[in-house]
Design a protein around this ligand. Structure first.
Ligand code: TH1
Length: 826
């Protein structure tokens, strides 16, 4: 019997040649897009190219789907409100191995691959590290042949585009879909209904059993869009499924005919707002009701999708944990726990105890933060209104849980109150991290120190009750995007030295260690770094009109703007250098030429962060024009730092700034990318810096600052930042220079908001760590002067940080949490 696929000529069966690629490209342009090559715009060309490359992935994708369905093996479903994917075309070319064919084929048509690629708009469906981590993880899952699906939201507008107006951040919308996305496959036929509001009622079913049902007040459609997630060096292509909201009835014809056109489409607007825009916040509390709607929307659609589409018809849901593990990426998807309970109990009639047992076996929870203000809570009032049945279920879970606590700790009522899912003050609210902890099998932090602090502090009561629930999985980054793709020079050098294979087995970078002793290898390594700087300088001239020297030390701090990350500390160092030069304490000619590069978006509602951005730009303006500092010290602050820029900037860096206050950064992942690309880190013992430091060794890392226990001591002793200011001439000099109006045309009040906080509160101990930081920077200066020793350290950083591959993170998740197995596609 012939199946349709057997009859159809399969695209992947013939290896792509320049000829076949070219003809497919032209076919796409002409017959799918209706555009003549001679008239094609750069966007037409990009669309055709993307669709051409896509075609070479589809057979493997569909084979993956049938393999996974046939095997019925356990799958990983990653639930994440964010996926910060970065450009898709280069990654698809790498995965398919078509880069050279594509380049030659376009060249034959008189076109340039890089030029066409540059028109791609990256899908910015994430804020920062959390969303980028999700993107790295689905890349590793695909590469490692693990049956996995990423579930999330197809935001119509991604993270805002940052511009600077008079040095101050302004936000523009990011309409990344305005020209369509060639990478997505819409499936309106597979839409899922998601309900909100309404009420619950008790009833007696046919068998005479008392049950509860949720009568939804209103409903929206969740339309799935599928994206291929190609593994590297494998046929496996997994799926990312993002949900888009649509009204069940696009518009009300009666109202429309009555002439009220706006009212007629109001329901549509309300529904579609759910997936309209990603919340541009990064661990600050904001945007209440819509945000909760978003969370429930994607989670309800994802569970329904997995149960109804992925599991076989009639599957016994009391065994769901044998077929899937739902990984909760922070608390944003935690409403999935009561949702699964609702499905099992209300819809499937499974008894509560069994349902709860199954639910707890199905979920696992990753916590990504330590900041108390980043721990999500939802007011009982809001949750009860939006999701009345879920609130009841949460109350029942809490009741049974507290009974367990009281049994384990008789008489310890304070503990029971501390551990309750419901907080009473300042308002009654649901603590999502507690719900997640109670409803999951495993809870993990994202770096050793972070996991330890979760156990000892944030979730201490829970770790006493259930010590074995807690584990660590240190974050990682994909070596495909952040080394092979973004740093081809270094990638080639590595392959020449140790052969192929390291891209999928990053610990093999260890074999580079002996090459650190080889002078000619070091010189090639420096040549690569120099070329990467040239490439970055060119890009930034084009992109931002910023002129930079290529032959300087590239000192880089890129990450969200947050007080705990301490961009202020970096800035105080720069101001200190300037101040010392002005005072004649330091000869500018003694400063190693340095380009200090910042990249940072601030949450639009985060005033302090925005003031700090303004201050950085103000200092940059003065320092960059100061005649005394020409050719010595320059600040570059390109607007709108994103994955596209990161891929060019990180390979050019010499010095990686990872200077958060110890105990505040859960992990960091930029820190890993820099070290892997041969930058040396100046950093505190925070997050994954600790592990980087342990791996690369003290000689090859500029460690400074208070440790986490020391921070706790300083704070407990009653920290007085003013005393540090008074007691340190150089610190006082820097702060006074800012306060003097030197960076604000003489306006002494311009940065009052920042300075008064620094001198009065300084929650993140910038002043306490100032001197240690400046001293460490002095060591950087000395070290950089010896280029042979510096390159040796840089190479050893590369050689010793293979541990930070996200493949290793995923292997840890598999071993410690998921217990799913590879299912290679034959
Ligand atoms: C980040 C953490 O700050 C960072 O240290 C970590 O490397 C990264 O997650 C990946 O694990 C977080 N991002 C968010 C974003 C939101 C809420 C909490 C966190 S924690 C919206």
């Amino acid at each position: 019997m012939h199946t349709v696929t057997e009859n159809t000529q399969r695209f992947s069966s013939s290896p792509a040649t320049v000829e076949s690629f070219t003809s497919e490209f032209v076919r796409q342009l002409r017959y799918e897009q209706g555009v003549d090559l001679g008239f094609a715009s750069s966007d037409d060309l990009y669309q055709a190219l993307a669709r051409t490359v896509r075609r070479y992935m589809i057979d493997n994708w569909l084979d993956t789907l049938s393999t996974q369905t046939a095997k019925g093996a356990k799958a990983v479903a990653y639930l994440s409100a964010e996926y910060l994917m970065g450009p898709q075309l280069p990654n698809a070319l790498l995965a398919t191995g078509l880069a050279e064919v594509a380049r030659d084929s376009l060249a034959a048509l008189g076109l340039d691959l890089d030029e066409i690629g540059a028109t791609e708009v990256e899908p910015g469906l994430g804020n920062g590290g959390l969303g980028r981590l999700a993107a790295c993880f689905i890349d590793s899952l695909a590469t490692m042949d693990i049956p996995a699906v990423g579930y999330g939201i197809r935001y119509e507008y991604g993270i805002f585009r940052q511009t600077f107006v008079d040095g101050r951040q302004a936000e523009q919308p990011d309409p990344w879909l305005s020209k369509g996305s060639p990478w997505e496959f819409a499936h309106p036929d597979m839409a899922v209904e998601v309900g909100f509001h309404g009420h619950t009622e008790r009833y007696t079913d046919a068998a005479g059993v008392e049950r509860t049902r949720w009568v939804r007040g209103d409903c929206v459609l969740a339309v799935p869009y599928n994206y291929m997630v190609p593994g590297y060096g494998t046929k496996n292509v997994n799926t990312l499924r993002l949900w888009s909201a649509k009204a069940t009835n696009a518009f009300d014809l009666q109202i429309f005919n009555a002439g009220d056109y706006e009212a007629a489409v109001r329901a549509q607007t309300v529904a579609e707002n759910i997936s309209k825009v990603i919340y541009p916040e990064d661990s600050t509390p904001q945007g209440k009701e819509l945000r909760l709607k978003q969370q429930y929307f994607f989670v309800a659609a994802s569970l329904a999708d997995f149960i109804n589409q992925t599991l076989p018809q009639g599957f016994d849901l009391t065994k769901i944990h044998e077929r899937v593990t739902f990984q909760l990426n922070d608390t944003h998807p935690v409403i999935a726990i009561p949702e699964l309970m609702r499905i099992l109990v209300d819809e499937r009639g499974i008894d509560w105890a069994t349902a709860w047992d199954v639910t707890r076996k199905t979920f696992n929870y990753t916590c990504h933060t330590l900041l108390p203000e980043a721990l999500e809570v939802w007011s009982v009032e809001l949750l009860g209104r939006l999701l009345p049945r879920h609130l009841e279920i949460i109350f029942q879970i809490n009741e049974e849980f507290l009974a367990e606590v009281r049994k384990a700790y008789p008489g310890d009522e304070l503990r029971a109150r501390r551990m309750s899912i419901i907080q009473e003050q300042p308002e009654r609210a649901v603590r999502m991290a507690f719900l997640a902890s109670i409803g999951s099998s495993k809870i993990n932090g994202v770096a050793e120190l972070h996991s330890q602090l979760l156990r000892d502090k944030v979730l201490n009561d829970f770790s006493e009750l259930w010590p074995s629930k807690f584990t660590n999985v240190t974050n990682g980054v994909t070596p495909r995007r952040f080394l092979a793709l973004s740093n081809p020079g270094l990638a080639n050098l590595i392959t020449e030295a140790i052969g192929e294979g390291w891209v999928k087995d990053l610990e093999r970078l260890r074999e580079l260690e002996p090459f650190a002793e080889d002078a000619s290898f070091r010189s090639e390594f420096r040549a690569v770094k120099a070329a990467n700087k040239e490439r970055f300088v060119e890009l930034i001239a084009q992109r931002d009109g910023i002129e930079l020297p290529a032959d300087a030390m590239y000192d880089v701090m890129v990450k969200r703007l947050h007080e705990y990350k301490r961009q202020m500390l970096k800035l105080l160092h720069v101001v200190t250098l300037y101040d010392r030069v002005l005072r004649g304490e330091l000869r500018a000619s003694d400063i190693t030429p340095r380009v200090v590069t910042f990249g940072a978006k601030a949450a639009p509602g985060y005033k302090m962060a925005k003031e700090i951005i303004a201050l950085i730009n103000a200092v940059a303006k003065v320092v960059n024009h100061a005649p005394e500092l020409q050719g010595r010290l320059q600040i570059a602050f390109p607007a709108n730092y994103n994955v596209t820029l990161a891929e060019k900037l990180i390979p050019a860096a010499d010095l990686s700034e990872q200077i958060s206050l110890a105990g505040k950064e859960a992990s960091g992942t930029g820190n890993m990318k820099f070290a892997l690309n041969g930058a040396l880190t100046i950093g505190t013992l925070d997050g994954a810096n600790v592990e980087i430091y342990d791996l690369v060794g003290d000689e090859h890392f500029f460690l400074f600052g208070l440790t986490e226990p020391q921070v706790a001591d300083v704070v407990d002793a009653g920290y007085k930042p003013g005393a540090y200011y008074e007691g340190n001439r150089s610190l006082k000099g820097a702060i006074d220079l800012i306060a003097s109006g030197a960076f604000s045309n003489g306006d002494r009040n311009a940065f009052e908001f920042v300075l008064s906080d620094l001198l009065g509160k300084d929650r993140f101990l910038v002043l306490a760590d100032y001197q240690a930081y400046v001293d460490a920077q002095d060591k950087v200066e000395v070290a950089y002067a010896d280029q042979e020793a510096w390159s040796r350290s840089a190479i050893l950083n590369v050689a010793r940080t293979g541990f930070f591959s996200s493949d290793r993170s995923i292997q840890d998740y598999l071993d410690r949490i998921w217990h799913a197995k590879p299912q290679p596609v034959r």
